[in-house]
Design a protein around this ligand. Structure first.
Ligand code: FE2
Length: 394
């Protein structure tokens, strides 16, 4: 599963030179500004990456006293080079040996390496122009509707990485979905492996997510094929498909009212942050709003225009203070659309909480070649860890 293996020696002796001299090299130099030298060792071969006079340089061999030095297997580096796995997932798997410096220094190199290896730019809010096709600033809080034409909607999505589409479902459809959500929730208990639970202050469990929700309610799965949803998913501009039987399928997310601990909130992330980028991106997720959502209820929040770019893992919220952060506050029947690598979060409610949303996700049609039924990205990442362990043991 995953990407083909990229040979580090061949890459550094041939492909690298072309990348450094071309636009990816420019992006990588921009992302490497201010970083000290990195020594990369792959199965005993060493290269020094250094930023000097505005340019990223890569030379064979290791300098004596780098800022950070890391060694890894050829499988680990190949996965890093294709973004099948990222530094954080390699670190969690124990596949990085940092002989000098720290993991935090290594992480700061990740954006430059992704730019060099894949041409993915580092996110810089100064560089992203959140303007429409006549250069007028986009009102980030403005809703769109199905009455808007596709060219306009696609252009908005491509610039901001998200849309808030108002009034997609009728009140009758919303009422039917709300009944289904209550019915499905009533069928679940802790023994169901496709449920997530949070904890109330008194220690009792409360259901916060049902994945593969069409198991109990075919209606929730059928919606993925609804022409309105397919139209919205198609705005991404590249072919995408809904896979009911993998990547968690239709997902019913609930944020029950009241203070909760555990899995009901999600920190800032990109969906390919742990890996899987060449398999799952570009992808898009639709959030069908069964109840209203607001910051008081813990709604979806996004950093407008951050999609298609690298953002260091574990970025702290203070560093994001000047970034264009948008809370997508919705009414029942609205649909949110977000590109899955836009930086997004489902923060804790600032008030009482209480929202229910059905998420439907759409991925490249080739996803099924890499991720099997019942599997998701973490299974693919785990599979690569097992491959690496088997290689080390052989
Ligand atoms: Fe996400």
């Amino acid at each position: 599963m995953g990407a083909d293996v990229i040979d580090a020696k061949i890459y550094h002796s041939s492909t690298l030179g072309r990348s450094l001299d071309g636009p990816w090299g420019v992006l990588a130099s921009t992302a490497a500004a201010g970083l000290g030298p990195l020594v990369l060792e792959v199965d005993g071969d060493r290269w020094t990456y250094s930023y000097l006079d505005g340019t990223l340089h890569v030379l064979a061999g290791a300098i004596e006293d780098p800022w950070v030095r890391v060694s890894m297997s050829s499988i680990a580096w190949s996965d890093l080079a294709s973004s099948t796995r990222t530094f954080i997932s390699l670190q969690l798997a124990g596949e990085l040996e940092i002989a000098h410096g720290s993991f935090s220094r290594l992480s700061r190199w990740e954006c430059a390496l992704r730019a060099l290896y894949l041409g993915v730019p580092a996110y810089d809010p100064e560089r992203v122009a959140l303007v429409d096709d006549v250069d007028a600033p986009i009102d980030l809080a403005a809703t769109v509707s199905l009455d808007d034409d596709n060219a306009y909607l696609a252009s908005r999505l491509s610039t901001t990485g998200y849309l808030h589409v108002a009034g997609v479902l009728s009140p009758e459809e919303v009422a039917q979905l709300a009944d289904e959500a209550v019915r499905v929730a009533g069928l679940m208990d802790r023994s169901d492996p496709f449920t997530w639970w949070a904890e109330r202050p008194d220690g009792s469990d409360v259901l916060c997510r049902v994945i593969y929700a069409h198991r109990m309610s075919p209606l929730l799965g059928d919606l993925a094929d609804d022409p309105r949803m397919r139209r919205l998913a198609g705005l991404l501009g590249s072919p995408v498909e809904s896979f009911l039987d993998r990547m968690d399928g239709p997902t019913l997310l609930m944020k029950p009212p009241g203070p909760l601990r555990g899995l009901s909130n999600l920190p800032w992330h990109q969906d390919c942050g742990l890996g899987g980028h060449p398999v799952i991106c570009p992808a898009v997720s639709l959030g069908i709003q069964i109840t209203a959502a607001s910051t008081e209820r813990g709604c979806l929040e996004v950093i407008a225009g951050s999609h298609g770019q690298s953002i260091p893992a574990g970025i702290d919220v203070d560093a994001m203070e000047t970034w264009p952060r948008v809370a997508v506050e919705t009414q029942p029947g609205d649909v949110t659309v977000h590109v899955m690598d836009v930086l997004h979060a489902s923060p804790p409610p600032t008030g009482e909480g209480g929202r229910t949303t059905l998420y439907l996700s759409y991925y490249p049609p080739t996803l099924s070649e890499h991720i099997g039924p019942g599997e998701a990205v973490n299974d693919m990442v785990r599979g690569r860890q097992l491959d690496a362990e088997a290689t080390r043991g052989s």
